[in-house]
Design a binder for this molecule. Structure first.
Ligand code: ADP
Length: 328
């Protein structure tokens, strides 16, 4: 059976982008078609300035939301990265296979380190080596497929390179994984700046819909979304990024086709109203389940404990084999 691994970083509140672009697909499709692991990659949240209590809180929140979206711990494995030591054990070996040049070429590293420099802060070394840890996350489980958005494809490419290089140097140890694009999932853009993605790490308010936003907050954010200077409702990422983003969101929520939906609207106002209602409805289901799960936090803790045990048992043979192969 195909093995799938994917993760979410507890660096901010989970967004509509995370949900429509990744989590919904994990729950509706991936967990049923593959032997899949979904990991809250909390170690990755330490690569930039962080508040310990916040990371812990956001990790639990992400876990609760993953279950609320419909991930079934009887069918897939849900766990925290820091609960399974095999990730860091393997990451070190991969750092010994990677070159510093290939780490420095990562676009996310370039962007984030430039931002840190602009702020005058010092950059954590882990921001540079983070792709080796991400490669370990993936390779430890003999992963075949990694469902990720475009922002992560470069890291999956690097993971493939490291797996191939390790196998060539030290004997066949790792499955070489491939990135999988969730077919229908949207790339959701910031409502206030539709040329940049709706990223949770940005935490910059009105352009981001959070999965736990109240209905009125969702409506307000969507009604105030930046639209384009024209008047026609057109699907075109280049010339009408704001409207296209709304069409994508509406289509993702209702199961329609964004291009066909464009023809059904004559005004931006009507499009915004329908998009807001569609998002409120989709989030309502997740939020109701989230409330139930929050009533009994021991349930989520239990799922994470069991998930970590299952994950450890899967990762250990591969990581042990890698240690032997490399000469330890
Ligand atoms: P973030 O960028 O919000 O911190 P993560 O790195 O934790 O997100 O990614 C979790 C998953 O959500 C990944 O598969 C990523 O590709 C997806 N994702 C994140 N933001 C968006 C977005 N705006 N649109 C679509 N998918 C997204």
């Amino acid at each position: 059976m195909t093995r799938v691994f994917s993760g979410i970083k507890p660096t901010g509140h989970v967004t509509l982008g995370n949900y429509l672009g990744a989590m919904r697909h994990w729950a509706e499709v991936d967990q049923h078609r593959a032997d899949s692991l979904f990991c809250i990659v909390d170690l990755h949240a330490l690569t930039v300035d962080h508040d310990p209590a916040r990371v812990r809180r956001l990790s639990r929140q992400a876990a609760t939301l993953l279950l609320a979206t419909g991930l079934d711990p009887e069918v897939c494995t849900v766990f925290l990265q820091s609960h399974v030591d095999e990730h860091t054990r393997l990451s070190y070996l991969l750092e010994c296979v990677a070159s510093d040049g290939e780490m420095r070429r990562m676009i996310q590293y370039k962007e984030k380190s430039a931002r840190e420099r602009e702020r005058g802060g010092s950059m954590r070394l882990s921001l540079l080596t983070y792709p080796a840890l991400m490669a370990a996350d993936i390779l430890a489980y003999g992963t075949d497929e990694v469902p990720v958005g475009d922002d992560q494809t470069q890291h999956v490419e690097l993971t493939r390179d490291l797996a191939v290089r390790f196998n060539q140097r030290y004997g066949h140890t790792f499955t070489v994984p491939r990135a999988a694009r969730p077919g229908v999932a949207a790339r959701v853009m910031n409502l206030q700046d539709p040329t940049s993605k709706m990223g949770k790490s940005d935490d910059s308010g009105p352009g981001i819909v959070y999965l736990l936003d109240e209905p009125d907050v969702v409506r307000k954010k969507i009604m105030r979304a930046v639209t384009d200077s024209g008047r026609d409702v057109e699907y075109d990422r280049e010339t009408s990024p704001g409207v296209t983003n709304l069409l994508e969101i509406l289509a993702a929520c209702t199961g329609g086709d964004p291009r066909a939906l464009a023809g059904a609207y004559e005004s931006y106002g009507a499009l915004k109203e329908d998009t807001a209602e569609a998002v409120v409805e989709v989030l309502g289901t997740v939020q109701a389940r989230h409330r139930e799960l929050c009533a009994d936090p021991t349930q989520v803790e239990g799922v994470l404990r069991q998930g970590a045990e299952k994950a450890r048992a899967m990762a250990r043979p591969t990581v042990d084999a890698a240690y032997r192969a490399i000469g330890l």
